[in-house]
Design a protein around this ligand. Structure first.
Ligand SMILES: [Mn+2]
Length: 235
């Protein structure tokens, strides 16, 4: 059986100091790796590097995953920075190049949280830089454990995930930013009951973005592993 190779765009950080002496590391949360492995895929990490190498990297993979992480730099969608956030221009640049190449090479894209926001911005959309008072729903659910759902998910019948959640599901939520204006070529397929956009898609191009974190909950909730199953086997 041929196992699809799932390229996961990696992040960078520094070891906090307790074991690796503040060593800089390239990484992805293990949830992406195990979620893909459980679904029968082979995860392959794509470290942040010169955008010129995106063509070569995307050439090695069957599908692309854009993971969660830093806020997307507001300058990409034409806004001044309004909040104190954690940004990485190198990551923004490399991942935009990966999107360009995935589209060019016809490879599906699954994007989570920041990844979905970057996709939206890539297609010309904008973000709310701070959801805060815009909603009565708490979209940064901490201290509720990450594997626990904290708000609802209202799915369109056209959603690729409709067979998993039906028209109403429950999902976790760890974001203080959200899609504001939708990018071109994208459709809204899921919202929270407060109206916040929770999933976007382009079925023709095989693009799926989710605002929640299946990678936090795949060991705990069957539906969250089923999202990885869908991505690896069907997207
Ligand atoms: Mn949410």
């Amino acid at each position: 059986m041929t196992r699809p190779i799932i390229g996961i765009a990696a992040n960078e950080t520094f070891d906090p100091g307790s074991t690796l002496y503040h060593l800089p590391v390239s990484y992805t949360p293990r949830g992406y790796i195990e979620g893909v492995q459980n679904a029968g895929g082979i995860p392959l990490l794509l470290p942040i590097t010169d955008p010129d190498y995106a063509e070569t990297y995307v050439g090695q993979i069957d599908k692309l995953v854009l993971a969660g992480g830093q806020d997307v730099s507001p300058e990409i969608y034409g806004q001044a920075q309004k909040t104190d956030g954690n940004y990485s221009k190198a990551r923004d640049d490399f991942e935009q190049a990966l999107i360009t190449e995935a589209l060019k090479q016809g490879k599906p894209i699954f994007a989570v949280c920041r990844g979905m926001q970057l996709l939206n911005v890539y297609f010309g959309g904008t973000l709310y830089q701070e959801i805060g008072p815009l909603s009565g729903v708490e979209h940064m659910q901490d201290p509720i454990p990450r594997e626990e759902p904290s708000h609802d998910l209202l799915l369109e019948k056209t959603s690729s995930l409709y067979t998993i959640y039906g028209n109403q599901g429950r999902i976790n939520s760890f974001h203080n930013q959200a899609v504001e204006r939708l990018g071109e070529e994208l459709q809204i397929t899921g919202r929270c009951s407060d109206g916040m956009i929770e999933s976007i898609e382009n079925k023709k191009r095989r693009i799926l973005g989710v605002q929640w974190h299946p990678d936090f909950a795949y060991t705990h909730l069957k539906q969250e592993q089923e999202v990885f199953d869908y991505v690896v086997k069907q997207l």
